[in-house]
Ligand binder design. Structure first.
Ligand SMILES: [Zn+2]
Length: 76
């Protein structure tokens, strides 16, 4: 079982961590309310968790073009 990290803007897979190594993340995730959970997490059939975060590339774009964020949300 693993925790995967994927960019929620461009769907790029950022990486994955074995469940045991992702304890810090999991602790954080348990503090999310249901709406946030729905927004940031995807649960796979095999119990795998995908955390929808942001990749370096999108983060840079966001910083350079704040409007890009709105634009990207549109595409989803
Ligand atoms: Zn991205």
């Amino acid at each position: 079982m693993a925790v995967r990290y994927a960019c929620r803007h461009c769907e790029t897979e950022i990486g994955s961590l074995p469940f045991e190594s992702a304890k810090e993340t999991i602790n954080l995730l348990q503090k999310l309310d249901e709406a946030e959970e729905e927004r940031y997490l995807t649960f796979g059939e095999d119990g795998e968790v995908t955390v929808r975060c942001i990749c370096e590339q999108c983060e840079q774009s966001l910083r350079r073009f704040p409007n890009y964020y709105t634009f990207n949300k549109w595409l989803q």
